[in-house]
Design a protein around this ligand. Structure first.
Ligand SMILES: Nc1ncnc2c1ncn2[C@@H]1O[C@H](COP(=O)(O)OP(=O)(O)OP(=O)(O)O)[C@@H](O)[C@H]1O
Length: 251
C-alpha cells in the first residue's frame, strides 16, 4: 500500500501551466528521488504536496486520507516534514536554540510562559542527541550565521526531523555544497531510519544513484516515468530528454 499517493496534480501560475497531471506513489521506507531538467516543476510539485502553495486540481492522499486542502501545519501534524532550497533558520540564534524551538513547537504540552527552558529535560536531551548524530555537537553554542553553508543546510534537515515526520521532503539538500560537504551530508541522510520515508529532489546524479531505490522523472510538469534506478538509467527516452536535455547533472 502507498504511504503517500499523489494523483494528477495540475498547477498554473497565470498562463504558465507548470504541473500537468503529475502523479507519484511513495511507499513506506522509500528513498524516492525526483529528477528533471531546470524548470520542470519539481519544487512546485513538492510545494503542492507540503501545502506551501495550493494546487489547482489533483489529490494528495496520505495513508488513505486526502490532505490536499489542508494547511501546511496540519500536514506537518500528520507526519510530513520538509526542507527548503533556501535556508529557513533563525540565523542570530544559536544552533541549540534553533533546535529547542523546533522541538518545543511540536510538543503536545502547552508552553508555560515562565517555565525555564532548562526544565524541559526531554527537549535538552533530544537536542543533544540530534546534534551528536548529525555531527554538530561542537557547534551547539555557535550562532547559526557562524556555521558554514553546508552546516546550515544540515541544520535544516535536523529541524525538519524535530517534528518526527513519517515522510521527509528534501529539496536539493546538497545544492551549493562542496564535494566533501555533499558526501558527508549524503552519508548522514543515509543513516535516517527507514521509519522515515524520503521524497527528495536532486540534480547531482552521483547523489541520486547512491541514495534512490526509486526515481521519478518530471518533464514539463509531467511525471513521465517512475521506476527503479537501473531502469531509469537504461531508458533511451530518459537519456535523450533528460541527460541530453540541458540538465545540470551528468550520467
Ligand atoms: N510562486 C511562483 N509564482 C510564479 N511562477 C512560479 C512560482 N513558482 C514556480 N514558478 C514557475 O514554475 C516553473 C517551474 O519552477 P520550479 O521551481 O517548480 O521548477 P524546478 O523543476 O524545481 O526547477 P529547478 O530545478 O531550477 O529548481 C518555472 O517557470 C517557475 O518560474
Amino acid at each position: 500500500m502507498s504511504l503517500l499517493k499523489i494523483k494528477g496534480l495540475n498547477k498554473s501560475f497565470k498562463a504558465n501551466h507548470v504541473l500537468r497531471g503529475a502523479s507519484l506513489d511513495l511507499s513506506a521506507g522509500d528513498r524516492h528521488v525526483i529528477i528533471g531538467p531546470n524548470g520542470a516543476g519539481k519544487t512546485t510539485f513538492v510545494n503542492c504536496i507540503y501545502g506551501t502553495i495550493p494546487l489547482d486540481t489533483g489529490e494528495v492522499i496520505l495513508e488513505d486520507q486526502p490532505i490536499h486542502t489542508m494547511p501546511s501545519y496540519k500536514r506537518v501534524g500528520l507526519g510530513i516534514g520538509r526542507t527548503f532550497q533556501k535556508n529557513n533558520l533563525f540565523e542570530n540564534l544559536t544552533v541549540a536554540n534553533n533546535v529547542y524551538l523546533a522541538l518545543l513547537s511540536t510538543k503536545k504540552y502547552s508552553m508555560k510562559a515562565f517555565k525555564p527552558l532548562m526544565l524541559y529535560e526531554d527537549v535538552l536531551e533530544e537536542c543533544d542527541a540530534f546534534l551528536e548524530e548529525w555531527k554538530l555537537a561542537d557547534r551547539k553554542d555557535k550562532k547559526v550565521n557562524e556555521l558554514s553553508y553546508g552546516e546550515q543546510r544540515v541544520m535544516e534537515i535536523i529541524l525538519s526531523l524535530c517534528s518526527k515526520p513519517k515522510i521527509l521532503l528534501l529539496d536539493e539538500p546538497t545544492s551549493g555544497m562542496s564535494p566533501s560537504e555533499t558526501s558527508k551530508t549524503i552519508e548522514l541522510i543515509k543513516k535516517i531510519p527507514r521509519s522515515v520515508s524520503i521524497l527528495m529532489i536532486e540534480h547531482d546524479m552521483d547523489v541520486v544513484f547512491s541514495t534512490a531505490n526509486k526515481i521519478t522523472v518530471l518533464h514539463h510538469g509531467e511525471t513521465i516515468m517512475s521506476d527503479e534506478p537501473e531502469k531509469i538509467r537504461g531508458d533511451k527516452m530518459i537519456q535523450e530528454i533528460y541527460f541530453g536535455g540541458g540538465a545540470r547533472a551528468h550520467a
